[in-house]
Ligand binder design. Structure first.
Ligand SMILES: Nc1ncnc2c1ncn2[C@@H]1O[C@H](COP(=O)(O)OP(=O)(O)OP(=O)(O)O)[C@@H](O)[C@H]1O
Ligand SMILES: [Mg+2]
Length: 315
């Protein structure tokens, strides 16, 4: 069966009508722009705010988010510390000879993952690959919040729009911007909802260069044309690269010796920039969840930690 992508074919998965969770999609057709790193920090921030978080890794080739979460689970066990974990689902890669059957199998895996979590979690965070595919487009059409991390160069800018080489004016939109515009259009048709699209400028230090400023000016013009918001993202810091093997984030208590990570001043500044990003995303974080999280943290301070607590250890 050929899986096509008209709104009707995807409506069952893409429509929020039946969903109670808020879907956050991390996406950019440009590889290595920081999707998975940003996804993991958003996930842990939400978990620490007491939210029920499910995650879906649509990047069936690299599976970086799946590995990041597996590393976190393994490290928590190894050092005997309770680390928050999401309810994670990965879309397995279909490697058959028939492309249509592969598409169908991956679509079914994705639909099953969505069905499993859409009523039971406050947030579903979806990490996507840097390639245009049926699933990648479907994930875009599901987004309540679409987060597109971008580095400071015109090479990254190019996925969104073309720039005049003399005046640096935006002359036309490019492929990825058109993909997002079409996905948002589909979403409006299905349920009259508009996805909040935030382009996040990563490695922000470099945006202070002349080239970086020109990129930001181009993005500001483009944000009005395409209807996205702009936010600062994470600075270029070694710590973001170091934490992956242990599944940790800068939001974890890295200053605690139990986590086995050498503390640094950098992680304190990094933590602050993650908090600023989370605020900028304006997510519907449930206050009851926040209170639950505060009560739990207090309980752990008083009673010590138990890895047997079902709230903390993933099934
Ligand atoms: N703020 C940062 N400072 C330093 N290194 C970073 C930062 N953000 C991400 N990185 C590193 O850059 C690389 C790419 O990041 P990441 O995997 O998050 O990008 P991605 O967009 O998910 O990539 P892909 O398109 O391959 O899925 C990784 O090695 C990551 O550790
Ligand atoms: Mg990735």
């Amino acid at each position: 069966m050929r899986l096509e992508s008209p709104a009707a074919a995807n409506a069952g998965v893409a429509s929020k009508g039946a969903r109670t969770s808020h879907v956050i999609v991390l996406a950019n057709e440009k590889g290595g722009s920081g999707k998975t790193t940003t996804a993991m920090h958003v996930i842990v921030a939400l978990l620490k705010a007491g939210q029920r978080v499910a995650t879906i890794d649509v990047d069936s080739r690299q599976r970086s988010l799946t590995r990041y979460i597996a590393n976190r689970r393994a490290w928590a066990k190894k050092v005997g510390v309770a680390l928050e974990l999401p309810d994670h689902h990965a879309v397995d890669r279909a490697d058959g000879r028939n492309m249509d059957e592969n598409d169908a199998a991956e679509f079914a895996a994705f639909a099953n993952a969505v069905t499993a979590v859409e009523h039971t979690h406050d947030f579903v965070v979806i990490d996507t690959p840097a390639t245009d595919s049926h699933l990648m487009r479907l994930a875009h059409a599901m987004a309540d919040t679409l987060v597109t991390p971008l580095n400071d160069s015109f090479v990254d800018f190019d996925v969104l729009a073309r720039i005049d080489p003399e005046s640096y004016e935006v002359t036309a939109t490019n492929h990825y911007a058109d993909v997002v515009t079409e996905a948002r259009r589909q979403r409006r048709i299905i349920e009259e909802a508009v996805a909040d699209w935030i382009v996040v400028c990563n490695r922000v230090g470099q945006f202070e260069t002349r080239n970086g400023r020109q990129v930001v000016e181009g993005l500001e013009i483009l944000s009005r044309r395409l209807g996205f918001r702009l936010s600062d993202g994470f600075s270029e810091r070694v710590i973001y690269r170091e934490l992956f093997p242990r599944g940790l984030t800068v939001l974890d208590a890295l200053e605690e010796p139990a986590l086995g990570q050498k503390a640094s001043l950098s992680h304190v500044s990094a933590r602050q920039e993650v908090r600023i990003l989370i605020d900028a995303l304006r997510l519907p974080i449930d206050e009851r969840g926040k209170r639950r999280a505060a009560a739990r943290a207090e309980w752990f301070r008083n009673a010590g930690q138990s890895l047997d607590d079902p709230e903390f250890v993933e099934k």
